[in-house]
Write a protein that binds this ligand. Sequence first.
Ligand SMILES: Cc1cc2nc3c(=O)[nH]c(=O)nc-3n(C[C@H](O)[C@H](O)[C@H](O)COP(=O)(O)O)c2cc1C
Length: 173
Amino acid sequence: MKTAVVFFSYQGTTRHIAHAVAGEIGATPVELEPVVHRRSARERATFAWGSHQIRMPAPLEITHDDYSFHSADLIVVGTPVWGGSMAPPVRAFLRNHEFFRRSFALFSCYAGRAGNAIPHMRDLLIGNSIIGELALREPRDGTLDAVTDEARRWAEALSRDLFGNERKEASGE
Ligand SMILES: Cc1cc2nc3c(=O)[nH]c(=O)nc-3n(C[C@H](O)[C@H](O)[C@H](O)COP(=O)(O)O)c2cc1C
């Protein structure tokens, strides 16, 4: 059973969670990077760049070094909530690939309201199966221990479901 964790993170929370989830399910994390962001990350304030991206009508160009998700049996996708939805690089990722009949699990990290990030990701994945969803509220004090534990438990349950199914298939049930 091959798994992949694909995510975007601007301020590090989603990255931290993605790495914890990947560790739990034995996946290599694949970080999405906006090409423009790479060029000018240091020059722009987070909210200015992010708010601009949310309003951008044109598709965002993204890059990532790893394509292992193409052969994964489960693709976990993680996003920060931006403007009540998924962050633009994650939207670009889901739009750039014609996923069909694949298994996905979706998570979001947010500061105030989870909004529609997960429902919007689901809308872009019609024809696929969504086997898990998790919205994590980033604590105000910045300590990520509790949400990381929650994410690990979620990932552990996903992994149990997957490997359980694999065992059933192997035994012909
Ligand atoms: C441009 C921008 C827009 C955001 N919009 C929202 C929002 O609509 N709702 C919310 O709860 N948090 C919002 N946040 C906060 C992030 O979702 C939250 O801090 C998240 O955990 C950050 O993940 P990251 O550290 O992986 O980038 C926004 C942050 C940025 C930078």
